[in-house]
Design a protein around this ligand. Structure first.
Ligand code: NAP
Length: 246
């Protein structure tokens, strides 16, 4: 039997930004469930190191060169997944950046542009390129890794913990939340479930490892929504505790 046929019996996921941090652990968690996992990452050395580590742990992992800000890279990634697996059962849009200082009154507008390009436009670019492969799955799932700092409800609730004042990262996650709702609305009535998740404050490069959760803990809500049954939610926002207000 060809390798493609063997892979086809497994569920197939693509995780963006999976060379480290939460994305790596999402890939590891899905791999441990027997899924074939595409490790989407732009840096070749770190991507291949992640693939090796996942394989050593028994996962059916494969590398997918991917810069979510680059049309040609995303098109090539979709082609690679098609050749390798023929379809996609779950897309986890995890790649994200914060940028440096971003107080509204002093921010460099390029910092806002960069956050939106990666955290929002990147998600749209990757999702639309992979949608034809998702449509071939009997139970397609799209999971957008957002953040509770993007919740306008929490941002305007006195005393709620929403991190530092930020006019790039936090609003980019608010935008991503809104994008998630719009995809869910357009895809309502199909079998594609689209949700956003918040990993919680997790120790990764993103925050200089100041987070209080482990990357494995940060990965659990994305893994849950990537594997949710057909009668599961769509157009909603979750963390490990339950629903997060928009
Ligand atoms: P991380 O360790 O910095 O990982 C971010 C990943 O995104 C890296 O693999 C990075 O790849 C990748 N990435 C960035 N820009 C990319 C691009 N243009 N194309 C492809 N990949 C790109 O951070 P993390 O904490 O695991 O973050 C993962 C997600 O969780 C992000 O969306 C973040 O906003 C969200 N989140 C994190 C926390 C937290 O406390 N850590 C809380 C809430 C939400 P490179 O190595 O090539 O840069």
């Amino acid at each position: 039997m060809s390798e493609t046929n063997i892979v086809n019996r497994r569920k197939v996921a693509l995780v963006t930004g999976a060379n480290k941090g939460i994305g790596y652990e999402i890939a590891a968690g899905l791999g441990a469930l027997g899924w074939s996992v595409g490790v989407g990452a732009r840096n070749e050395e770190r991507r291949e190191a992640a693939v090796e580590k996942l394989r050593a742990a028994g996962a059916d992992a494969f590398g997918v060169p991917l810069d979510v800000t680059d049309d040609a890279s995303v098109t090539a990634a979709a082609r690679l997944v098609e050749e390798r697996a023929g379809r996609l059962d779950a897309l986890v849009n995890n790649a994200g950046i914060t940028g440096g200082p971003q107080e509204p009154t002093t921010v460099d507008p390029d910092r806002v542009r960069a956050a939106v390009e990666t955290n929002v436009i990147g998600v749209i670019r990757v999702t639309n390129a992979l949608l034809p492969l998702l449509r071939r799955s009997p139970s397609p799932r799209i999971v957008n890794v957002s953040s509770s700092v993007g919740s306008l409800t929490l941002q305007t609730t006195p005393g709620a913990e929403t991190g530092p004042i930020s006019v790039a990262y936090a609003p980019s996650k608010t935008f991503l939340n809104a994008v998630t709702v719009q995809y869910a609305k357009e895809l309502a009535g199909t079998n594609i479930l689209v949700n956003a998740v918040c990993p919680g404050f997790t120790a990764t490069d993103l925050n200089g490892f100041r987070g209080v959760r482990t990357p494995q803990q940060g990965a659990t809500s994305a893994i849950r929504l990537a594997t949710v049954p057909d009668d599961g939610p769509t157009g909603r926002f979750f963390d490990d505790e339950g629903e997060v207000p928009w």
